[in-house]
Design a protein around this ligand. Structure first.
Ligand SMILES: [Zn+2]
Ligand SMILES: [Zn+2]
Length: 464
């Protein structure tokens, strides 16, 4: 049966009380009356025109439009025609601190998230150096408590330096505040190492998020392997590079009773593996990015690496349609941006040489709304729900629009049109996959844990 691993305590259970998973900067608690907006929180059964009163950061009253009087000192937002959703939560972002602050940092990254309607994000650990020690988790949390616009949680690496050889001290990392574990950026190549990590997880908790890629199959590929790569003469990454690793790791997780999150699904074959694993009762959750839901490898014909080169790569229309179907039928748990800022000098180079990754926090809602909701491919309810539930695999419940809850919500104008990047970005980097596109719908205001985290400049001037 199960291999006994060195140093694993026989008692599987508590590692003591853990710190709060998320931290942010302290700001004044909001007191705001939002009048006459359309409230939509599908999971809570909320759908209709209401007034929402937020006092000292808490939703104290939700009532029929016009029924709440504004007391002195209460800011009033006339929101008729706008929507209020529970704020979004992204379990997969790269905030680049420490070591790569020329791309992004905790301040710009969380500001970028707030501008997209998010009230929580989880930061990946492939920084420079990687986040592999309890001291680093503590130092990041300390910094976030001074500069983060919205609550942020940190994942630690599974292996030291993401080298895939030696496990980090998962128990100590959890006690320091690590929300989960990931070597995102690279796969865990050794099945033995993943198995041992999942054995430790039984004691420490903390889901392991997996970047799924067989490095031998991916080789030196720079885009999806298919007709377009053949025409362009670029080396390809086959779909099976992703799906064979999912099959392997789901089997290991099932055998060990572990919890894994499959990151950034891109291929039809991968969805088949997820379906098989879920049918077996394996605790596997998974995410899809807005760019994989909206784009295909046809976009790579432009050779615009800043917008279209990422890992995993954009795949075919059949893959895209399979991802949308899997989102709609519940196979895919949540939408995660894989927000990956890079500097211009890392992107404005020949396609093969460019860094992989695109930013996505500021456009997540608007892009999927424009590309999938407006044409009737998915419902607005589904989009709001799948952008909101990304924390659940890591034990963080979705935000709710209900009296007594802390205010985590976004005010959105579904009629607004904007050109992405025209007024710059909150992010430090400009490698948005939507750059220059005209999108429908825009986040106007975001409240995160009771604080005003974002307010669109033109809206605050009353001209939105
Ligand atoms: Zn990845
Ligand atoms: Zn990533």
């Amino acid at each position: 049966m199960n291999e006994v691993i060195d140093g694993l305590p026989e008692e599987q259970g508590s590692i003591g009380s853990l710190p709060d998973p998320l931290v942010q900067r302290e700001s004044p608690q909001a007191t705001i009356l939002i009048r006459g907006a359309e409230l939509l929180d599908p999971a809570a059964g909320v759908d209709g025109q209401r007034d929402v009163l937020v006092e000292d950061g808490v939703i104290t009253k939700i009532a029929d439009p016009g029924s709440i009087d504004a007391e002195d000192g209460v800011e009033v937002i006339e929101a008729e025609g706008f929507h209020v959703f529970p704020a979004f939560f992204d379990p997969h972002v790269h905030l680049r601190t420490p070591g790569q602050e020329y791309k992004e940092d905790l301040e710009t990254g969380t500001r970028s998230a707030a501008a997209g309607g998010y009230a929580g994000v989880l930061a990946m650990a492939n920084t420079s150096p990687t986040v592999s020690t309890p001291e680093q988790i503590e130092s990041l949390r300390d910094r976030a408590s001074r500069v983060a616009s919205i609550p942020v949680g940190f994942l630690a690496t599974v292996t030291h330096g993401m080298k895939g050889e030696e496990l980090t001290d998962m128990a100590e990392l959890r006690q320091a505040g690590a929300v989960g574990f990931t070597d995102d950026g690279v796969p865990i190549e050794s099945p033995r190492i993943l198995r041992r990590a999942l054995q430790y997880q039984r004691m420490t908790g903390g889901r392991i998020a997996l970047h799924q890629e067989d490095v031998e199959l991916s080789g030196a590929g720079v885009m999806h392997e298919g007709a377009v790569s053949a025409e362009l003469g670029l080396r390809g990454v086959p779909s099976i590079s992703e799906s064979v690793m999912i099959a392997r790791d789901a089997a290991i997780a099932g055998y060990e009773g572990g919890q894994i999150q499959i990151q950034h699904l891109s291929a039809r074959e991968s969805i088949q593996q997820i379906r098989l694993a879920k049918a077996e009762g394996i605790d596997v959750t998974c995410e899809v990015s807005p760019h994989h839901l909206c784009l295909t490898d046809e976009a790579v014909r432009t050779l615009d690496a800043s917008r279209y080169k990422m890992n995993p790569p954009l795949r075919t229309e059949a893959d895209r349609q399979a991802l949308i179907d899997a989102l709609a039928d519940g196979t895919i748990d949540c939408i995660a941006t894989d927000h990956a800022p890079h500097a211009v000098h890392e992107k404005e180079v020949p396609y093969e040489a460019a860094n992989m990754g695109v930013t996505g926090l500021e456009t997540a809602f608007s892009s999927v709304y424009t590309e999938l909701v407006l044409p009737g491919r998915i419902s607005l309810d589904l989009l709001v729900e799948k952008l909101g539930c990304g924390g659940a695999p890591f034990g963080i419940e979705p935000f709710r629009l209900q009296e007594g809850s802390r205010a985590n919500l976004c005010l959105v104008d579904l009629e607004a049109e904007w050109v992405v990047g025209e007024d710059g970005y909150e992010s430090r980097s400009v490698n948005s996959w939507c750059a220059g596109e005209t999108l429908k719908s825009r986040v106007l205001v975001t409240l995160a844990d009771g604080q005003v985290a974002f307010r669109l400049r033109t809206f605050s001037l009353g001209v939105a």
